[in-house]
Design a protein around this ligand. Structure first.
Ligand code: F6R
Length: 366
C-alpha cells in the first residue's frame, strides 16, 4: 500500500508530479488560452464581480490560502483576505452578499472551517469549497466547489494536498483573470504553459532528494530553525516551518525575510539553521541582503535557489536548486525540498513520520 516507500509521507511527496497533473487535467488548454473549473462554472460571474474574496482554512490549508491571496490579487486584481477559520468564526466579521468566501480543506471535515462556512452563509455570502475528500462535509455544505483530485492523503503531515490546493487556486486566479481581462492573451498563455510544465519540474526537484538528505544529516540535531521568504514564498516559509515542527518536533518559525530585523535576528548564532527561499524574482536582491545579515551573525544558510544562480550559491552554506518558472508558480516547486528536508530530519531522529504525536488527520473538534 506504500508502493515500496518506507512511509506514506514519502510516497505522497513523490506522487506530486502526478497529483498536480491530475489537478489541472481537463481544466486548461494552452493552445486555446483557455482555463476553467467545471465545479464553479455557475459562480464565475459572481467571482469576477466580487468586491472581495475571503478565504478561510486551518493549518497547511491556510498556508495554501496565503499563496492564493498573492495569485488572485496579482493576476485577477480582486482584494483577498485570508483568515484562520477559528478566528473568523468568533470575531463578528463584516461580510455580505457581494463577498465570496472560499473554504479550503483537505479532509473537508475540519470543525472550525465548517463553522466559519455556517457563519458566512448566515450573512448571505456565496461559499465555494476547495476540498480533497470527495463527498466530505465541507464539499456538501458549500454552494459549489472544485476538488483537488490529489488522491487519498494518509500521512498526517499534508504534502500533496497542499500543492494541489495551490494548483486549484492558480487555475481559479487564471480563470477569473481571463474573464476579467486583467492579463493579456499572451501572458495568460505563457502562464498556462508554465503551469503545464510544473509536474516535470517537480520531478526534477525530487531528483535532488539525495542533496536534501545530506543537508538534513547536518542539521538533524538542531534545536531551532528559521525559515525566511518574501512575497509568495513567505507562506512557503510558514509551511516549511510547520512541516518541520509537526514531524521532527524541532522548534521552527517562518518569517517574512524583512521582519527578521524586528526581532528574530536576536536568535541567530552559529547553531541556527536558516532556510531561505532565494529564487530569482522581484525580491531576489532584498533576500540576498537578508542572507548577508544572517551570515554576519554566523547563522547557517540553507538556500533554495533557481538553477543557474551564482550569487546566493556563493553565500550559502548549502543550496538546493529548483528549475526556473514564472514567479507566480514558484511555491509549487520551492515547497518540495522543504517537505523532503522535514521528512529526512524526522526519520533520522527516529520520529513516527506518518503519525506524529498529538496530531490527527482530520480535526473534527474545535
Ligand atoms: C499540516 C496539517 C494540518 C491541516 C489542518 C487543516 O500538515 O495537516 O495543519 O492542514 O488541520 O486540515 P484540512 O485541510 O483537512 O482542513
Amino acid at each position: 500500500e506504500k508502493g515500496g516507500y518506507e512511509h506514506f509521507m514519502l510516497k505522497e511527496i513523490y506522487e506530486q508530479p502526478r497529483s498536480i497533473y491530475d489537478c489541472f487535467r481537463g481544466r486548461l488548454n494552452v493552445e486555446e488560452g483557455w482555463v476553467g473549473l467545471g465545479g464553479i462554472k455557475d459562480y464565475e460571474r459572481k467571482l469576477v464581480n466580487a468586491n472581495r474574496i475571503i478565504m478561510v482554512a486551518c493549518g497547511t490549508s491556510w498556508h495554501a490560502a496565503q499563496v492564493g491571496e498573492y495569485l488572485i490579487e496579482d493576476l485577477a486584481r480582486i482584494p483577498v483576505e485570508v483568515e484562520y477559520a477559528s478566528e473568523f468564526r468568533y470575531r463578528n466579521p463584516i461580510i455580505n452578499e457581494n463577498d465570496v468566501v472560499i473554504a479550503i480543506s483537505q479532509s473537508g471535515e475540519t470543525a472550525d472551517t465548517l463553522a466559519a462556512i455556517g457563519l458566512a452563509k448566515s450573512k448571505g455570502a456565496t461559499i465555494l469549497g476547495i476540498c480533497n475528500v470527495v463527498g466530505s462535509s465541507i464539499s456538501r455544505v458549500t454552494d459549489a466547489g472544485s476538488y483537488t483530485h490529489a488522491g487519498p492523503e494518509i500521512g498526517v503531515a499534508s504534502t500533496k494536498a497542499f500543492t494541489a490546493q495551490v494548483t486549484v487556486l492558480t487555475l481559479m486566479a487564471l480563470s477569473i483573470a481571463r474573464k476579467k481581462g486583467t492579463l493579456g492573451e499572451s501572458r495568460l498563455r505563457a502562464l498556462l504553459g508554465d503551469l503545464e510544465a510544473i509536474p516535470a519540474k517537480v520531478e526534477k526537484v525530487l531528483e535532488k532528494s539525495n542533496i536534501v538528505e545530506e543537508v538534513a544529516a547536518v542539521y538533524k540535531n538542531a534545536a531551532n530553525a528559521l525559515y525566511l521568504g518574501r512575497g509568495n514564498c513567505f507562506p512557503v516559509a510558514l509551511e516549511g516551518a510547520l512541516k518541520l515542527k509537526e514531524i521532527s518536533y524541532i522548534h521552527a518559525e517562518g518569517y517574512p525575510a524583512a521582519e527578521m530585523k524586528h526581532g528574530p535576528i536576536a536568535l541567530i548564532d552559529e547553531e541556527m539553521p536558516v532556510i531561505v527561499l532565494a529564487t530569482k524574482g522581484t525580491s531576489y536582491e532584498k533576500v540576498v541582503s537578508n542572507i548577508q545579515e544572517v551570515k554576519a551573525r554566523k547563522g547557517k544558510i540553507i538556500a533554495i535557489i533557481t538553477e543557474g544562480d551564482v550569487q546566493v550559491k556563493e553565500l550559502a552554506d548549502h543550496y538546493i536548486e529548483i528549475p526556473d518558472t514564472d514567479e507566480n508558480l514558484v511555491p509549487l516547486l520551492a515547497t518540495i525540498p522543504l517537505q523532503l528536508f522535514s521528512y529526512y530530519v524526522a526519520v533520522m531522529r527516529g520520529c513516527n513520520v506518518d503519525q506524529p504525536r498529538n496530531l490527527a488527520k482530520s480535526v473534527t473538534v474545535e
